[in-house]
Write a new protein. Structure first.
Length: 478
């Protein structure tokens, strides 16, 4: 195994066991640069990440490396190395070893950062030490995702009610249940809460939770290795199948075909199916017969929470971690981070981590200045025009050359207009430049497209949701 492979496998484990926000904060841009005679050097992008890996994750990292590589580890050194040119502000840190015994060096040089200099590259942070690290169980479920920890507000109450109905009468109430909405709004949480609840109440004996991406890869692997039968046995013999982010199946015909049959078998046997997606079934580029099946049961959406709900969510996360923040401070956080619950959690984590490291009590000033460095959806770097074109093409499952080509077929013309609309709205590009980006079209075409979509989006809820889905992708990482 190469260092890279070992580290990739370690990361894959952490990705399953820590929240997304933590994963991004602490493991983004990390690597193994050296592994010899039991000495390992792990490179990290910031001093902040270094301290946290040492303090919170050291023994897990050590065990994971040993298990995966089959080699003993004596010492791990965490070394700050700037991989990202944009982050080149912090000074590289001296390398201090952490003993393999698990006795981590105390953070005696914790990120010597004041709130104002906290590196924005850190994006979204942390879990506090009082918050135990969850693991994923044999069904792929994270025990953290249960109904008890899900806060209900106006924008998710329907989805929550439907999820509860399914959890009390699986296979009967709504089958399938289809939950859609933007990133970080609780879809995965709800899916898994249903699974966890059904297992707890023993209404089901087994289930599978997978991302659609994993389902697709499993299927393609099974075809390649001649184990299609095992694949079928696995996915068609469960009491509950949860497929997350099902939009990933767009444009993948063979996987759709396989999923169609899986769906039918489970459905006929009254086994529950739950799906999530960043957009409604209608807006996924899918075979008609599969689309219509997705619409058989119940379709519900989740939308960004209102202020009151955001405060309630923060309150509950603080309680979970036995961390105290005044109402005023909670309100400040909830006002500054609006779009996405994952970011809200990330902001809270960052505040907790920072004050814990510094051992000081949060004040309005310290909270505000930490938040000013938290990148929220609204403040991230805008994508390039090219990236936007690609994202929209992918969203609709269309090849780039067709989108940029000259065909006026509706299936192409409409997404093309959406691209022009988004280029104008998001990047404020001039109409001539928009025409240019789309394979040299006339500026009047761009103007017409922008007008048309602007009008239509006001009256067409589905279109509005599609555009929100696309915008969410423009601001997600990567
Ligand atoms: P999605 O799958 O829609 O992208 P997730 O389910 O992964 O979003 O949610 C992102 C984070 O926000 C998770 O840590 C989740 O526990 C938390 N979260 C989302 N919605 C709620 C809610 N209503 N109450 C409490 N936590 C929530
Ligand atoms: Mg999700």
């Amino acid at each position: 195994m190469t260092h890279q492979q070992i580290w990739d496998a370690v990361l894959a484990e952490f990705e399953l066991s820590v929240s997304r926000a933590n994963f991004i904060t602490w493991f983004h841009n990390t690597g193994i640069s050296h592994f010899e005679k039991g000495n390992v050097i792990i490179t990290v992008p910031t001093a902040f990440a270094k301290t946290w890996l040492e303090k919170k994750y050291h023994s897990q990292i050590l065990h994971a490396i040993e298990r995966i590589s089959g080699l003993g580890v004596q010492k791990i050194y965490y070394k700050v190395e700037q991989t990202n040119p944009a982050a080149r502000t912090a000074q590289p840190q001296a390398v201090a070893p952490v003993q393999a015994s698990g006795a981590t060096t105390p953070a005696n040089t914790p990120a010597a950062q004041t709130p104002a200099t906290v590196n924005p590259q850190q994006q979204q942070p942390v879990r506090s030490s009082s918050d135990p690290m969850p693991t994923v169980n044999e069904f792929g479920l994270n025990p953290r995702y249960v109904f008890e920890t899900f806060i209900v507000g106006k924008t998710n109450e329907l989805a929550h009610a439907a999820a509860q109905a399914v959890a009390s009468r699986p296979g009967v109430a709504y089958n399938p249940l289809f939950i859609y909405g933007g990133v970080g709004l609780g879809k995965t949480h709800l899916l898994q809460a249903i699974g966890n609840e059904l297992l707890r109440t023993q209404k089901i004996k087994n289930c599978i939770y997978v991302t659609c991406e994993k389902f697709t890869n499993d299927f393609l692997n099974s075809v390649r290795t001649g184990s299609a039968k095992e694949f079928k046995n696995r996915y068609r013999n469960v009491d509950l199948l949860m497929i997350d982010d099902v939009q990933f199946i767009a444009g993948k015909e063979r996987t759709q075909e396989e999923f169609f049959h899986t769906f039918n078998e489970l459905h006929q046997a009254n086994k529950q199916i739950i799906l999530s997606s960043d957009r409604p079934p209608k807006a996924i580029s899918l075979e008609e017969r599969l689309k219509s099946r997705f619409e058989w049961g119940m379709i519900v959406d989740v939308a960004p929470p209102d202020l009151e709900t955001r405060i309630a969510i923060l309150e509950s996360k603080c309680n979970d971690r036995q961390y105290r923040l005044s109402k005023e401070l909670l309100a400040i956080i909830a006002t500054m981070v609006q779009n996405n619950i994952r970011e809200l959690e990330g902001a809270l984590n960052k505040i907790m981590a920072w004050h814990e490291l510094k051992n000081i009590t949060p004040t309005e000033d310290s909270v505000r200045s930490i938040l000013s460095t938290v990148e929220t959806t609204g403040t991230r770097q805008p994508k390039s025009p090219k990236a936007i074109v690609e994202i929209v093409a992918e969203f609709y499952g269309l090849p780039l050359n067709e989108i940029l080509g000259s065909s006026r077929e509706k299936r192409l013309a409409f997404p093309r207009q959406i691209i022009m609309y988004i280029l104008r709205e998001e990047l404020k590009l001039s109409y001539p430049s928009i025409g240019e980006e789309l394979g040299g079209r006339d500026h009047t075409t761009a103007m017409h497209a922008h007008n048309k979509i602007s009008t239509e989006v006001k009256n067409n809820l589905q279109l509005k949701q599609e555009i929100e889905g696309i915008k969410a992708r423009l601001t997600s990482e990567g």
